[in-house]
Write a protein that binds this ligand. Structure first.
Ligand code: GLU
Length: 371
């Protein structure tokens, strides 16, 4: 069980405010952060990609603005986040730099993970940062997110990020070592659950109700995150992070709850592409491209002979051969208008035709499922 963390290729670690921020002073717990970052650096040193989803902006910022001792209004939270986020970013930068690691800050809203076009943009940026060896530190963009368009909790945000970039492992570090049959703080007979493979109504009921407060969503949002992660083929752990070196502790077998998916992230994503999408257009390809797709390559603009329908970048399309047979389905990297303009052209000509340098592929093979 402890091997699961070591096996991760693309790991997301979510850090709750309660771990990172001293409740009494509102200061960042530097010693804790340094120990955590040492754990992250170790993961990086053995070749794992690492992303952090960190809470704490509001908890840190409210002290500096004198907003204490009461529940904050939305605009006060936004102001607190604006102040606290800088301090958070600074702390991560300092801590990671000690290990020679570059930090990159990403602030997301739910729209960035859900609206297709923005989803692709956010994903491309994260992929680029990982390729460049940076450690993305992600939080919700609390300062611009209003109540209606807010995640409000970083558990679900972390799971959405996992889904977006096909991460294989998500660890939610919290002040509890996993899921119990009932709230262990109130019910001493509550039993710890070590492994969950499906979020059944019984499991859901164990989460109880959301606690009052301004940030953490408690077990309810962790189970919501688990549902998103499992559907995306990402395994997820709820683990206690209070002590120093929480990831090392997890590897050494500290108690936690693992949520285990049936499929791998790529398989889950491909199933989603193949099954649940409503295609918005048709790309007809020549025989060479059809044969190449069946061998598992990406679809290049050069092989496309006709474009039907009206679609945006990121929409699902069907790929057909010259006889109208379905060859594949996938997510188009170009809108229908741009696809028409570059159809039949070499990828090297894309920039001259469209005026911007888009992807080489019309549909990347990661976004494509052969029918
Ligand atoms: N985004 C919030 C913050 O940084 C925290 C949300 C959460 O605690 O899950 O303060």
């Amino acid at each position: 069980m402890s091997g699961r963390l070591a096996e991760a290729k693309r790991l997301i670690v979510k850090i709750g405010s309660v771990l990172l921020v001293d409740d009494a002073t509102g200061d960042i717990r530097r010693a804790w952060l340094e120990a955590l970052v040492a754990d992250l650096a170790r993961c990086r040193a053995r070749g794992q990609e690492v992303l952090v989803v960190s809470s704490g902006a509001i908890a840190v910022g409210r002290r500096h603005l004198g907003l204490t001792g009461r529940v904050l209004k939305l605009e006060e939270k936004q102001a607190a986040a604006a102040t606290g986020q800088i301090r958070l970013a600074h702390a991560y930068q300092e801590a990671l730099a000690r290990h020679g690691l570059t930090v990159a800050q990403i602030l997301l809203t739910p729209e960035d993970t859900e609206a297709r076009r923005r989803h692709l943009n956010a994903r491309a940026t994260l992929e680029q940062l990982l390729a460049l060896g940076a450690v993305p530190v992600i939080n919700e963009n609390d300062t611009v997110a209003t109540a209606e368009i807010r995640f409000g909790d970083n558990d679900r945000l972390a799971a959405r990020v996992a889904q977006m970039i096909s991460a294989d492992t998500l660890v939610l570090l919290s002040d509890i070592d996993g899921l119990y049959t009932a709230d262990p703080r109130r019910n001493p007979g509550a039993q710890h659950i070590a492994e969950v493979r499906e979020i059944t109504p019984e499991i859901e009921a164990m989460g109880g109700a959301a606690p009052a407060g301004y940030s953490s969503g408690g077990m309810v949002t962790k189970l919501a995150a688990a549902r998103i992660a499992l559907a995306a083929g990402c395994r997820m752990a709820i683990a206690r992070g209070n002590g120093l070196h929480p990831l090392e502790a997890l590897e050494r077998g500290a108690r936690c709850t693992w949520f285990l998916p049936v499929a791998e992230p790529r398989t889950a994503r491909k199933r989603w592409i193949a099954g649940t999408l409503n295609p918005m257009g048709v790309l007809t390809v020549d025989d060479g491209a059809a044969a190449a797709l069946r061998r598992g390559t990406s679809l290049l603009p050069a092989g496309v002979v006709a474009v039907e329908g009206s679609f945006e970048r990121g929409d699902a399309v069907v790929v057909r051969d010259g006889e109208g047979r379905e060859v594949a389905r996938g997510l188009s990297a170009y809108s229908s208008a741009d696809a028409r303009a570059i159809a039949g052209h070499k990828s090297g000509e894309i920039e001259a035709i469209l005026g911007y340098r888009g992807r080489h592929e019309m549909i990347h093979r990661d976004d494509l499922v052969v029918s």
